[in-house]
Ligand binder design. Structure first.
Ligand code: CA
Length: 240
């Protein structure tokens, strides 16, 4: 598998320090300074040779990193870590739901960034590991409640028989709730189970994903609110 990490950053000194830390850790850095260049690299890379992860500055000369990520998401699931110079951009990263895996605020330690890259790549590998053939092959593995059907092998959830179009984290969040119907799970517990390894991701990431997940459930059934908020505690899936 490619060890290449794409750095998209117009400040040479920052790009150099990231590249140095990556090389020290055995990665192969590739550096571009424009959003369009990053998109071109990702589009033109052969499968298997494409960068494994993108470190994406938000303040780029040609387009915002947020816009670059939005365009990237139209054709790629590659993990993205944003670099941001302003803390008010963090709300936009979380609120826009553009599929960022993490972010770091400038100034940051390049070694800390590389440590996070390792965590994300480990998580991404775990999520894409081919499912083990079930012991009772042939019989569909189905779990859930009367309203929800979890098809873990397909990484898919059906709600009232309709497949939900979920992002990776929405799926993991709903799966976690489905595995303990009726139980209240705190935001911290959800962080640990869904975003395992990303200990410093903000708890409001959970809130943002719950919000988008609810909107998708409402699109199928506007009457119900299967995911219940417990103020100050967390969330639960209404029991069957
Ligand atoms: Ca910049």
């Amino acid at each position: 598998m490619s060890r290449t990490i794409l750095i998209v950053e117009d400040e040479q000194a920052i790009a150099d320090s990231i590249a140095y830390a990556l090389r020290t850790d055995g990665f192969v850095p590739r550096h571009v300074t424009l959003g369009e260049q990053a998109l071109a690299v990702m589009r033109s890379s052969e499968a298997g040779a494409a960068p494994q992860l993108v470190v994406l500055d938000i303040g780029l000369p040609d387009m915002s990193g947020l816009e670059a990520c939005r365009q990237l998401r139209q054709f790629s699931d590659v993990p993205v870590i944003f670099l941001t110079a302003r803390s008010d951009e963090i709300d936009r990263i979380v609120g826009l739901e553009i599929g960022a895996d993490d972010y770091v605020t400038k100034p940051f330690s390049p070694r800390e960034l590389v440590a996070r890259i390792r965590v994300i790549l480990r998580r991404a590998r775990a999520a894409t590991m081919p499912p083990q053939p079930p012991a009772d092959a042939g019989k569909p593995i189905v779990a859930g409640t009367p309203k929800f059907e979890l098809r873990a092998l397909e990484a898919r959830v059906l709600f009232h028989g309709q497949p939900l179009d979920l992002t990776r984290y929405e799926y993991l969040l709903l799966k976690t709730l489905l595995e303990s119907p009726g139980h209240v799970l705190s935001r911290t517990q959800l962080m640990e189970r869904v975003w395992s390894g990303a200990s410093d991701t903000l708890e409001r990431t959970v809130d943002a994903h719950v919000k988008s997940l609810r909107a998708k459930l409402r699109a199928i059934d506007a009457q119900e609110e299967p995911i219940q908020t417990h103020r100050g505690l967390g969330y639960s899936l209404a029991g069957a």
